[in-house]
Design a binder for this molecule. Structure first.
Ligand SMILES: Nc1ncnc2c1ncn2[C@@H]1O[C@H](COP(=O)(O)OP(=O)(O)O)[C@@H](O)[C@H]1O
Ligand SMILES: [Mg+2]
Length: 213
């Protein structure tokens, strides 16, 4: 019988404000890892809230429950050799650190942009509503965000293009030994993974995968 060397599982955990760039970078990383023939799964906070965490709200308790559920699944995947990507605001340090200590092979990526910048982007029109008081408990506006104190990777999406941020992430994953080669393999725009709520330009009608609600 041929022995196939087992892929080392790990979790890349993106944290940051809404609109900071978590889903954008998750999609790019998903395609880079797939191109390397790795087993990859992506857990995007906004999508998780429509299935695994359906019914949960935005109190601290519900936010923590949401993150611990994501961490639980990420741990199962990671220990089975899957390259697991999580992109969720995950505003509370304690909840992130609990996931870190369970998963161990944990790469925290702090996706940084200020509230002002995210509000200017206002990808989903939510900041306008939050600032008008139409949405309460909105992270960065009327709810806390606790930035990581020592993330493995820090990307500043105020000053970097997505291409630069993803390169930093690939270089770090390569340095940590999770991937062999950090050079970009995917350049052309990719079809939607189906695992994030990101809207991509020129997106095909049918995503390549879809988690049904
Ligand atoms: N370096 C960068 N990395 C990721 N996104 C960036 C970067 N610079 C600008 N952006 C833009 O910021 C927005 C981030 O949106 P999104 O990925 O949906 O955020 P999140 O998932 O964190 O809510 C996109 O419009 C993206 O094009
Ligand atoms: Mg997102």
């Amino acid at each position: 019988m041929t022995h196939h060397p087992e892929q080392q599982g790990f979790t890349v955990w993106f944290t940051g404000l809404s609109g900071a760039g978590k889903s954008t970078l998750s999609e790019m990383l998903f395609h880079e890892l797939r191109r390397r023939d790795m087993k990859v799964e992506l857990l995007d906070g906004d999508v998780v809230r429509t299935n695994l965490s359906k019914g949960l709200g935005f109190s601290k308790e519900d936010r923590d429950t949401n993150i611990l559920r994501i961490g639980f699944v990420a741990n199962l995947l990671t220990r089975n050799g899957v390259a697991t990507i999580v992109s969720a605001i995950s505003p509370y340090r304690d909840a992130r650190n609990r996931c870190r200590s369970d998963i161990k092979e944990f790469v925290e990526v702090y996706v940084h942009a200020t509230v002002e910048e995210c509000a200017k982007r206002d990808v989903k029109g939510l900041y306008q509503k939050a600032m008008a008081g139409e949405i309460t408990g909105f992270t960065g506006v009327s709810d806390p965000y606790e930035p990581p104190q020592s993330p493995e990777i820090y990307v500043d999406t105020m000053t970097q293009e997505p291409d630069q941020s993803i390169q930093m992430i690939l270089d770090e994953l390569s340095d940590m030994g999770y991937i062999e080669d950090g050079r970009r393999l995917v350049h052309a725009p990719q079809s939607h993974s189906g695992y994030t709520d990101l809207r991509l330009d020129g997106e095909p009608a049918e995503p390549e995968a879809r988690v049904s609600p």
